[in-house]
Design a protein around this ligand. Sequence first.
Ligand code: ADP
Ligand code: MG
Length: 521
Amino acid sequence: MPFNFAQIFQDDLITSMVRKTAYGLATTCVLGAAAYAGYCVAAPEKHQLRHYRHPELNDQIEKVLDSLKITDDQLEQIMHLLEEEMNAGLSPLTHHQAIVKMFPTYVRNIPNGTEIGQVLALDLGGTNFRVLLIDLRGNSRIELTSKIFLIPQSVMIGDGKRLFRHLAECLHEFMQKERILNTGVCYPIGFTFSFPCQQEGLASARLTAWTKGFDCSGVVNEDVVKLLQDAIDEKRINAKCVALINDTVGTLMACAYKDPSTAIGLILGTGTNACYIENLDKVGTWKGDYNEPKQVIINMEWGAFGDNGRLNLIRTKYDEEVDLSSMNPGKQIFEKMISGMYMGEIVRLIILDLLQQELLFLGHRDTYGDYKTPLYNRGGFYTKFVSTVEIDEGIQFSNTRRVLEDIGIRNPTYDDCAIVRHICRQVSKRAAKLAAAGLAVLINRIGRSNITVGVDGSLYRYHPRFKHNMERCMETLINKSIQFKLTLSDDGSGKGAAMVACLADDSLCKKSVVHNETTRD
Ligand code: ADP
Ligand code: MG
């Protein structure tokens, strides 16, 4: 065959053209795919959800999730309602029937970092009980050792005396380990007791109602400090409870120790609640003196907001179901839409609803008949799963797959994972918006140019977007002249109790040293 240069040339030309076109196409494809993957990661949630699915199904899902959306107008309405409830709680004429109780705490001095002392703190917050030994070093430095104890379910709903005996036993064990038992020194205790209390002094507080799964008999209307002290004395422990606070106050105090512009304490843990520094002239229920500083920390007990139906405009059938199956139906309505004790359950109920409407886990009809799996059982979807799922950013869904496996769904599809993440995002975003609206009321009311909010609680601490979602919402609701900051108040409920105890008059404690020594002789 004759050698044909022209042919070679032409072949080469064609090959080269084909190659170039192929390269071009390949490059376009790669770039396009990369751009699309990037778009998927950064795209609004709806677009991720709509990928691959029949649009009608997605519309049906969106319809279900629409009930969770809160508009800006609704948020402003909620802020207005909350402020009305706050004023009702602060007025002596309406306090009695008020829903948001706005309890004055008797904590008026805010620490400044110069406090010195060795103090014990007890923290009964809901999920765990902690005992802490705290050394305030006087230069904004704090050293602490602590131990976590579990409160068995039987104790949480048993006899009240048994609960306080259990707390005293844990304290005894801790002090023995720290070698501070029977030393002749009486240690002051700051008791963080995070349940609604009508306070009658710094070391006197009557429980008004149990919340967060506790329901011990013989405690409501009783002085909780006295019940604790009786149990401590019964075990002959050298310690005296000199102050009772709740975790919001502890959080505010611990944050103020480092940042003097702190004026609000917020909890987003098992439950939710907030406290803030209020001027005495706005506290009609105040029974103490009017000396300087003319301010007192108000424990709002905002979890009860909505207990009179005022949040019905935004409640969904899932909220109603969570409430009905709780230990305190009709109570803590705001809390049940926000906090860690309930968030996972709301997600579980939505998943079940979508499943029953055949919008989710379509390929798993044969497995989802297994009613023993966590998916079908109350509490089966932990709130920490919401965080785990939302950590997934892209389209791999490795966390979401793990969580779904944990609740009994094996080999979920891409769509299943995308929908579950979408549900988690909507539920946690709604919670963040509601907490943000509450804070916005307080910040606008305090009105200082710079306000720091100390925040504590596992939901805030571990959820990957909660803080960001709150901040974004707060920016739209807070007066533009005010700068605000959300600061994680590390271990606030422990350290703050120690600070209040340290600031408290410890003369009672000194008397009890004498008493203890006398009885030993
Ligand atoms: P408490 O409020 O009892 O003092 P925490 O602040 O630790 O205790 O809050 C406990 C609550 O936080 C539980 O309801 C739990 O579901 C929730 N939680 C625990 N871990 C996480 C997490 N990783 N993400 C979101 N919520 C969490
Ligand atoms: Mg706590």
